[in-house]
Ligand binder design. Sequence first.
Ligand code: C2E
Ligand code: MG
Ligand code: MG
Length: 456
Amino acid sequence: MNLSFFLFFAFVVISLILFRFQRKKYAFYRKQTDLLTNLPNRRSLEQFIEARTTPLNLPIAVVVIDLDNFNWINEEYGYESGDSVLVEFSERLAFSAPAHSLAARIEGNKFALAIPGTYSREGIQTMLADQFLSLQSPFYISGAPVHLTFSAGVALAPEDGRNGHTLLLHAERALRHVKHHGKNNLVLYNTSFQRQDLELQLAMSFRSALQNGEFFLCYQPKLSIHSGKTDSVEALIRWNSPVHGTVSPALFIPVAEKNGFIFDLTKWILQEACRQMKKWSETNHTFQRVAVNISAPLFLSDRLPEMIRDILHDCKLDAGFLELEITETAVMEDFQNACRIITLLKKEGITISLDDFGTGVSSLTHLKNLPIDTLKIDKSFINEVHTSFEDKALVEMIIQLANLFGLSVTAEGVEKQEQLSVLQRLGCDSIQGYLISRPELPDVLDAYFTEKKYGS
Ligand code: C2E
Ligand code: MG
Ligand code: MG
């Protein structure tokens, strides 16, 4: 092998090694870098945060920044102009970022900063407000100045999360909060956002939950003190979600109300409760009436009477078998309208109860003029009725007042025999609570009441 051949051979081998090395380096670069702006990407940012938080538990601030109304630039000036704004923004962000921090583009028009160090909540806000000033000068598109605002969410380690994934998630939650509340602001993560997020997720899964049969009704009996019979039941909705587990109606009903889903949901509840009541009525069951809770927004809309008429007609159920529970708050929201609707429903033969009585702020005059049948005294008055002189006096007063107005009284949440004894002495008409039965599936109640433990 002569020297020139050896040199040529060595050159080829070294070139090949270098080529492979460059290719690996480029592949690594592509994996870690956003190709439009040349900033590190989400993966790289997570690794940067992870390296400081997970093994060492070092403090760090994670900021997620989103350019407000960025789509408008794309639509108004075209995608090329949009790209050049993103590139320029990324340069400004990287240039103004504090020493030792990392600026990244994590998706579309969303950027992030990871700033190692300990910051108080006020401290980071002041620091970022100063830094963001330098980002706010106009962008020039085809020579014309365009002013963009941006929103930012911040999460601090360790208090808001101890790894890259959680911190980014929480900073993005804070950002979503800003976006929903007017944009152009900076907000620090707060645990209450988790609740808002859950509500949002619930709101988005209502329709499919209804289609997939995830809702079902339980029924809780009411015992008439006079006859000793469990003559009616209250339908209480349950949601068994494959994603969120068992969701309490106290959580999802207000979300359904806020998101315009309560009409469809109550329609389903009424259909289901009336269908079940029809079944009970045909088997001579001890239950003579089913009560359905009606939310304020639906109760005060004009759609309810017609919806109920249709459902009763479809189920071939007499209106006398149906009771509606409405809350004091719903009534007080629009008293005149409430009276009008109650009168309409009563004309059909439907019974009306005022639920959670005592928790709202209805005056005696209102109560006197309200054409209802029953007051359901809220559980909070019943809890101590057997031990507290004041609570007993209050309940006694409510019962006397109801008698005066010709209304019957049901006590909610009765759990102890002592409570029942006091209520009986005070002249309460019926009770409901765990002492009699928890809310149960119809089959369970059927089995229970066929054994004639309570009731007929
Ligand atoms: P509510 O209508 O006042 O129902 C009474 C709540 O107290 C029910 O809770 C019931 O399970 C619970 N409860 C009954 N007896 C006892 C007791 O002895 N002890 C205790 N600790 N609790 C008792 P639930 O089913 O979780 O419902 C909570 C609220 O959610 C209801 O209060 C009602 O406002 C709403 N809700 C439930 N189902 C429906 C529905 O189908 N439609 C509407 N619009 N709201 C519903
Ligand atoms: Mg109720
Ligand atoms: Mg109640």
